[in-house]
Ligand binder design. Structure first.
Ligand code: UTP
Length: 474
């Protein structure tokens, strides 16, 4: 007898998913059914209608768009006493153990062209530490400072989950206790062709892909992560992306501003370096904070300037957020109101099969994937706060194999930060015209994770390293 799920797919015009059913082994049939079960066909049909057939709906006019207000960094004229106060609030929250770290690491890293989870990528200038090791050491450094345990939630995808867990296990969790590191999987969505047909990746499997970093909110709830938070008195998650080794994983001032403003979701901004920089922009629309993607921001707004000549829409979004547990529950489906994030469409080359079952490796996009973006949650947060940070101490992502935002630029940025700390400690370092040291320098986060912590360790050294040689400070 035909499985009822197969009939449902046929009735929805998606019978092609089971086209090779009779050729499959019982095990393959079971796994195909399991994948099919995850799919909400009504949702797929609706996304096809709204994002593929009526795709012009995705492009809006923004008649009422204004730049979002932000709290300026003290180095840019911000109020240092307000920052000091926020830092105190953050320090207390950290000491009381109510903050956890959260990295989204479920991406596919296509641009980098790395076939393992991106967090495994070697990223530091001298020791070639992985991104995951850098974050783990930053967490340990904060734990030492605040004499507390900082749980770490790590979201992976179905595709990279096991490799991620294995990497941590084979490295003894980089000195963290295994019980404080919580891994979970994000959701996934099927890819469709332009006619709305769900694509197969092989005869026994649907072309499924991770549902975007916005999927993190419901995955936190569905996986039980928010329950673990509640049981452990964790109120706040420090959200960051896996590709940014410069990130201040734990930033007391940011935590403080978030708590002081009773915000559900808070964000960091950097001033855009130039009008066309490919980062989203924080804006206000009908009293709500929103991020408008660079590709959606109309040209005239992108280039608009204020009276002082500064870009009007200045605030670049760098995917660093603070999330309250309550807000995650609300957005992740555990709240009393049923809010959910919109999906976006991404046209992709999706390897699939032809009618006879021969593999197709498309040379141009042949289908559509659906993803949610975490910043789309911002307008749902009753209160939000955006604070300014400095690119040089918070943001240098590894996105591309070469050129902009590559391992090369990120290593240079890490070293420039180390040089700035050495300078603060009164040490002159030979650099090139861009401030990159002539010899490799690396500082372990356990030695120093910002200017003051570095200077303290530096001053305590009985023997200073010879910086005219490659130097590692640990
Ligand atoms: P990117 O947008 O840079 O995507 O992700 P990516 O998949 O890593 O890289 P490309 O576009 O294929 O080259 C930004 C952050 O969001 C996470 C990534 O792991 C990264 O930390 N992410 C992205 C997820 O966790 N899940 C997703 O479905 C997508």
């Amino acid at each position: 007898m035909k499985h009822s799920l197969i009939s449902q797919f046929e009735n929805a015009g998606q019978g092609q998913v089971f086209r090779f059913w009779d050729e499959l082994s019982p095990g393959q049939q079971t796994s195909l059914l399991e994948e099919a079960e995850e799919i909400d066909m009504e949702e797929i049909a609706q996304l096809h209608r709204s994002l593929v057939l009526n795709s012009q709906d995705e492009h809006h006019d923004f008649p009422d768009l204004e730049p979002a207000p932000f709290i300026a960094h003290p180095a840019q004229g911000g109020d240092s006493s307000a920052w000091a106060e926020a830092r105190n609030v953050g320090d207390s929250a950290l000491r009381s153990g109510s903050v956890a770290a959260f990295v989204v690491a479920g991406g596919q890293g296509t641009r980098l062209g790395y076939d393992k989870p991106k967090g495994i990528y070697p990223v530091t200038p001298l020791k070639e530490k992985s991104l995951f090791q850098v974050f783990a050491e930053k967490i340990r450094a904060a734990e030492n400072t605040y004499e507390t345990t900082i749980p770490w939630f790590i979201m992976a995808s179905h595709g990279n989950f096991q490799d991620t867990v294995d990497f941590f296990e084979s490295n003894n969790h980089f000195g963290l206790q295994s019980g404080q590191v919580h891994f979970f999987r994000q959701g996934r969505m099927p890819a469709i062709d332009l006619e709305g047909k769900i694509l197969l990746s092989c005869k026994s499997s649907i072309a499924m892909s991770p549902d975007g970093h916005g999927g993190s909110l419901r995955a936190l709830v569905r996986s039980g992560a928010t329950k673990i938070m509640e049981e452990n008195g964790i109120d706040v998650l420090s959200y960051f992306q896996v590709d940014n080794p410069l990130i201040k994983v734990i930033d007391p001032a940011f935590i403080g501003f978030h708590l002081q403003s009773q915000s559900g979701m808070s964000s960091k901004m950097i001033p855009k370096a130039y009008a066309e920089e490919k980062v989203g922009v924080f804006c206000t629309q009908q009293d709500k904070t929103v991020v408008i993607e660079y590709s959606d921001l109309p040209e005239d707004l992108m280039h608009a300037r204020d009276e002082s000549g500064q870009l009007k829409f200045l605030s670049g979004s760098i995917a660093i957020h603070m999330l309250s547990r309550e807000f995650v529950n609300q957005m992740g489906g555990a709240g009393s109101t049923n809010t959910s994030l919109p999906f976006h469409r991404a046209d992709k080359k999706i390897p699939t099969l032809d009618d006879e079952g021969n593999p197709i490796e498309p040379e141009s996009p042949n289908g559509v994937k659906f993803e949610m973006f975490v910043f789309d949650a911002l307008p749902f947060s009753e209160k939000t706060v955006v604070i300014e940070t400095q690119r040089s101490s918070d943001f240098s992502p590894v996105k591309n194999a070469e050129g902009l935002d590559s391992p090369h630029t990120s290593k240079e940025d890490q070293m420039k930060e180390f040089v700035s700390w050495l300078n603060t400690a009164g040490e002159a370092v030979a650099t090139d015209a861009n401030g990159v040291p002539l010899q490799l320098i690396e500082v372990s986060p356990l030695f120093g994770y910002d200017g003051p912590s570095f200077v303290k360790s530096w001053n305590a050294l009985t023997e200073k390293p010879d910086l005219s040689q490659p130097s590692y400070l640990e």
